[in-house]
Ligand binder design. Structure first.
Ligand code: NAP
Length: 305
């Protein structure tokens, strides 16, 4: 905000998030630039109302909340924040995997509820070990690759699926193997989702794919909620068709404590904190401001969509 104030007249939204659509459509009319967050919906109507709008700077690597086609038609420059959040998001993914396997959050819930009765029972609160497991990465891009790199130290086998295989030398240096989508879901003990949300990936992970998973397998999602058909996942978890899930993102955010996922013990829930480290958020803020400054001048942002 300090840096923005040095350069621009600023109007910020106050009140509950996200900004109501009607308000945004009105407010955008006389603005040159817009900073948006993943929970905002920057659709055709918003973009067409921004008659003076030159640039949109997204405070995220995901830009599925922006209608790119409409922005392109209006020659609006879009900036976003890849790379700087890769480590933080990969770290959270590894955290969720370990938490889910060793049932840390589940144990925390038990202790807080006064349910810790048996001290050091030989077979109580036992979880799974990560070593020797197969991790399947759906979307081996920036974050997927960082997850693979970090997961390797746990003595784990990594397979992946992308639309396009990565170069052989990169596969070799990362120690990963390309497999079909079918094999990814059949062979993995842990599946971690890192594809962007798009028309193509909308409800991509549904009962058809979940059915292919091992009964002992776990699912992790730190990408976007709508990539999973949530009702299908809830059913599979309830019926113990899979062993568990760890989720940082949801179909509609924030979820309430009445959401069916909150009733399941074999699930770890995080409030969309993939990039939420002090260091990363500072870098994202800096990049968002720099992208906005360049976009307003009609120049290419540091990272542009
Ligand atoms: P990226 O570098 O663009 O990687 C995406 C990967 O997904 C690419 O390897 C791409 O390879 C693959 N892919 C895309 N569409 C696919 C499809 N239909 N089927 C199979 N593979 C597909 O993106 P990133 O920087 O790693 O970020 C990934 C996503 O993470 C972001 O879009 C964002 O939504 C999410 N994210 C969430 C948080 C959080 O707070 N939880 C934080 C950061 C990022 P091909 O093109 O070869 O298919």
């Amino acid at each position: 905000m300090k840096e923005l104030q040095r350069h621009f007249d600023i109007e910020t939204h106050s009140g509950p998030f996200p900004i109501p659509k009607k308000k945004l459509v009105t407010k955008i009319k006389d603005k040159d630039g817009l900073i948006s967050f993943p929970y905002d919906t920057i659709d055709k109507e918003v973009i067409e109302s921004g008659k003076k709008l030159k640039t949109i700077s997204a405070f995220s690597v995901g830009y599925d909340h922006i209608d790119i086609k409409s922005a392109k038609r209006r020659k609006i420059i879009i900036g976003y924040t890849p790379e700087v959040l890769t480590i933080a998001t990969a770290d959270l993914t590894i955290t969720l995997i370990l938490d889910m396997l060793r049932r840390v959050t589940e144990g925390d819930r038990l202790v807080r509820a006064g349910g810790w009765k048996e001290v050091f029972g030989p077979d109580t609160y036992v979880g799974e070990e990560i070593a020797g497991k197969t991790l399947g990465i759906l979307g081996l891009g920036r974050i997927g690759k960082m997850v693979a790199k970090k997961a390797k130290v746990f003595d784990i086998k990594v397979i992946y699926h992308n639309r396009k295989k990565i170069p052989h030398k990169d596969e070799k240096s990362l120690g990963v193997r390309f497999v079909s989508l079918d094999s990814l879901f059949k062979k993995s003990d842990i599946i971690s989702i890192h594809v962007p949300y798009s028309k193509e990936t909308h409800e991509f992970v549904n009962k058809k794919l979940i059915k292919k998973m091992k009964k002992t397998a776990f699912l992790v999602n730190t990408a976007r909620g709508k990539i999973i058909k949530e009702n299908d996942l809830v059913l599979a978890l309830k019926q113990k068709k899979i062993a568990g899930a760890a989720l940082d993102v949801f179909y509609n955010e924030p979820i309430s404590n009445k959401h069916p996922l909150t009733k399941l013990q074999n699930v770890v829930l995080a409030p969309h904190i993939g990039s939420s480290s002090v260091k990363t958020r500072a870098k994202m803020a800096e990049l968002t401001v720099d992208n906005l400054k360049l976009g307003i001048l009609g120049k290419k942002p540091i990272y542009s969509v």
